[in-house]
Ligand binder design. Structure first.
Ligand code: IFM
Length: 759
């Protein structure tokens, strides 16, 4: 059914029946499980750091080698090693009689099965969605004939880390029959506790002993197994850090004792119930194409497991799949990960936007450092919101010299992207409490930054943004990138709306805010002036908008032609001397991105620009194909829309993106493209948008599908949507509080609670 060694039993799972060592990094990410608190890579049970085994935990940022902060890969509490008749039996073994690795996407459980002539082994692992600090594992080991078995399991502190060893000490102990490892991070001295408890059941006599090493604490269990006496190991691991609580050790031990008491079966059932509730909200069902159903769910699954919901923390560009991109948020978070939540489960979006509020001071520090007022959100934003992106991110791999990229100081669109999403959140929820308490402050301070960073061109009587980087990262140091200018103007417009709302509804709060941010009436008037005079690039006689000043004058070549000019495949194509810099080749959707976010361009303009920019786009970023799919759907380019849908959905599964660029490891799960699957189906194929409290649909179902259904939420009213090529049916939930205004392809109607409408 799939390429690349992938199969599915029920469109809610993925499995492989042979192991491809060359794909170890990617498959470890693809098969991973997690719960938003931690991500456990889907490597084999006996994987070590050489196999990129990792359990990445939120809020463990630390700088190990002076280079940059990243999340820690904590000691591996699920390590397992099996020896049968003196020989190691490994899931990596090349003489296995049976091998299967399967991630059950529906319940986020990973199963590894592997057999030899002597034994059949099955290992199930999951990160509880019910108790987010808990990892669980169940091993069933059956002997095919009598054999001596030694099972070693425990906590392995010798872990994979991209930028150096994070722990300065390891304290290992045995507590109440369980194992405990306390490690302390080097930079911020964060305490991390990993506690483990295992229970063995076996008809045969079992000998157990504990082995404490330097960075490892293991229990070894030996037994003589017969076919009648399988060995079953059930274990739990609790993980807490001192950033989670003041008493991580006590909580780890208590939490462990309570799940242990409840037992594995109950823990698994409670976890499954949580997942069922998540799928009720987020699932997209596709009839008529099993592959696309599985691809879609795979991407939704990853958007879910990498989203922290337990605290005010970012969604990482590589989520919890590894340490690449430092476990930190980019604009990806607002523009790619959040739309799915905004329209299905806005509380989650609120939580993530609260994270932006909590990190406002980091954004202010960044602005000050660069000489601006207001809030300039980081290109790479971790716990505090301070810029984590170093000045030198890539290197010129031909000369070996470091490249000064300006992602950290010129990519100013991140700030208006945050403001844009705050406003979208308000539009779909009507949550004024959030807007006034948090949104207003962020928007005013972002607008202040936009003012302070702008350049008023006296000769031309217009505001401009010069020396910047738009979404297309191959062109740095450009002036007036349309995406940036447009987003800036939108932000200023919405800031004025909030300001006027507060003037009427809560003048004292507004006064306090203006005072706190040191914004005067005059400054607000300047915001108004900027809205009026912001330079927005014109549409030329061919209907095309120039991406930035001077873009049309650059050499016009195709990405394919450009690829032939590379000296080394892993070269960075962008600034300062990459092959794309002096050409019109784009890294990723830029104007096309703008069209996804703003519905106010005529269809012919959107078409003309898609026609112009699409062939010039290299898709060097995994963010790009999905945006092309959405816009292609909207302009009736169905083949393009579908082709880009598949391309975006398989970025990780078919391993199509660069794992190393300019010498930097950027592998792992591309959470933005995972989140974007929702946009491709709902914004693209279903043509869904919301304006003035009206839910619009303009369906364009791919010819490859029979039916598609999903759920959207507008101001706490839930609508189930089902579309085929012939018709679309919308069903309002009985509990809805109001009738909803609907527009299907230009035909208006009302959807009453408990009723359905169709067309
Ligand atoms: O934010 C993106 C950027 O747009 C392209 N390079 C990778 C970043 C993280 O996904």
């Amino acid at each position: 059914m799939f390429e690349n060694n992938l199969n599915s039993e029920n469109c809610f799972d993925l499995y492989e029946t042979s192991f491809v060592p060359e794909q170890e990094i990617t498959t470890g990410s693809n098969y991973m499980f997690g719960n938003g608190y931690m991500g456990y890579r889907g490597t084999h049970p006996d994987a070590t750091k050489e196999n990129y085994a990792a359990c990445i935990v939120t809020d463990t940022y630390d700088n190990a080698d002076g280079k940059w902060q990243e999340l820690c890969n904590v000691p591996n509490g699920l390590y397992l090693d099996i020896v049968v008749n003196g020989q190691k039996v490994s899931a990596f073994g090349d003489s296995l009689s049976h091998y299967k690795r399967r991630i059950d996407i529906e319940t986020a459980k990973l199963t590894n099965e592997f057999s030899t002539d002597d034994v059949a082994i099955s290992v199930e692992r999951f990160a509880s969605m019910d108790q987010i600090h808990i990892l669980s594992m169940r091993l069933v080991l059956r002997a095919k004939q009598t054999c001596d078995v030694v099972v070693t399991t425990g906590i392995n502190g010798d872990v994979w880390s991209i930028n150096g060893e994070h722990f300065s000490e390891y304290n290992l102990s045995e507590v109440n029959g369980g194992l405990l490892m306390h490690s302390v991070t080097k930079e911020l001295h964060t305490d991390i506790y990993v506690a483990e408890k295992a229970v063995f059941q076996c008809g045969a006599e079992v000998k157990e002993n504990i082995d404490i090493g330097d960075k490892q604490v293991f229990r070894k269990v030996a037994a003589k197994l017969t076919p009648e006496t399988p060995l079953v190991l059930e274990k739990f691991v609790a993980i807490y850090s001192s950033n989670d609580t003041d008493n991580p050790k006590e909580l780890a031990l208590d939490n462990l004792a309570s799940v242990q008491k409840d037992g594995y079966q109950n823990a698994a059932e409670k976890h499954d119930i949580r997942w069922q509730a998540l799928w009720d909200k987020y699932d997209i069902k596709i009839a008529g194409n099993d592959r696309d159903q599985t691809l879609t769910r795979f991407n939704l699954y990853h958007n879910i497991i990498h989203t922290p919901t337990h605290a005010l923390l970012p969604i990482g560009a590589r989520g919890l799949s590894c340490q690449a991109y430092q476990g930190a948020a980019f604009w990806d978070q607002e523009v790619f990960n959040l739309p799915m939540y905004l329209y299905t489960d806005p509380e989650i979006a609120r939580n993530v936007l609260r994270y932006r509020y909590e990190t406002l001071n980091g954004a202010r520090r960044k602005a000050r450092k660069l000489g601006y007022r207001g809030a300039f959100y980081a290109w790479i934003s971790g716990k505090t919101g301070d810029e984590l992106c170093p000045d030198f991110f890539f290197k010129d791999i031909v000369s070996g010299r470091k490249i000064r990229n300006h992602f950290n100081c010129w990519q100013i669109h991140v700030s208006p992207d945050v403001a844009y999403t705050i406003w979208k959140y308000y539009e779909v929820t009507g949550d004024k409490e959030f807007l006034h308490q948090y949104g207003a402050e962020m928007m005013l301070d972002i607008s202040l930054f936009l003012l302070s960073r702008s350049f008023y061109n006296v000769d031309k009587d217009r505001y401009e943004y010069i020396r910047l980087l738009g979404p297309d990262e191959y062109h740095e140091n450009v002036d007036n990138n349309i995406f940036t200018n447009y987003q800036a103007r939108y932000t200023l417009q919405k800031t004025i709306e909030v300001y006027e709302q507060l003037t009427k509804e809560n003048p004292s709060q507004l006064a306090a805010l203006m005072n706190k941010l040191d914004i005067s009436e005059e400054t607000v008037n300047t915001f108004r002036h900027m809205i009026e005079k912001m330079y927005i690039q014109p549409i030329n006689e061919n209907g095309v908008i120039e991406q930035f000043d001077g873009y049309f004058g650059l050499e016009d070549v195709t990405p394919e032609e450009l690829a032939t000019r590379l000296i080394d495949k892993a070269e960075y194509w962008g600034w300062p001397n990459g092959v794309a810099v002096h050409t019109q080749v784009l890294k990723q959707a830029d104007l096309v991105q703008l069209f996804v976010m703003h519905d106010d361009f005529d269809e012919d303009v959107v078409k003309a620009n898609f026609d112009y920019y699409e062939p010039r786009t290299e898709h060097g970023s995994s963010l790009s194909p999905a945006m092309h799919s959405v816009i292609a759907s909207k302009i009736g380019y169905d083949d393009f829309a579908y082709r880009y849908f598949v391309k975006s959905c398989t970025v990780d599964l078919y391993n199509t993106n660069k794992a190393i660029s300019g010498g930097t490891f950027i592998g792992g799960i591309h959470t933005a493209s995972c989140g974007a699957v929702w946009q491709m189906v709902v914004f693209g194929f279903a043509g869904f948008s919301v304006s003035d409290d009206t839910l619009h649909f303009k369906p364009a179902l791919p010819a490859e599908w029979d039916e598609c259904s999903f759920r959207v939420n507008h101001k706490a009213n839930i609508v189930d949507v089902k579309m085929s090529r012939e018709c679309i049916v919308l069903e309002g939930h009985k509990q809805n509080m109001a009738a909803l205004r609907i527009d299907i392809g230009g035909h208006g109607m009302m959807l009453e609670p408990g009723q359905s409408v169709s067309r």
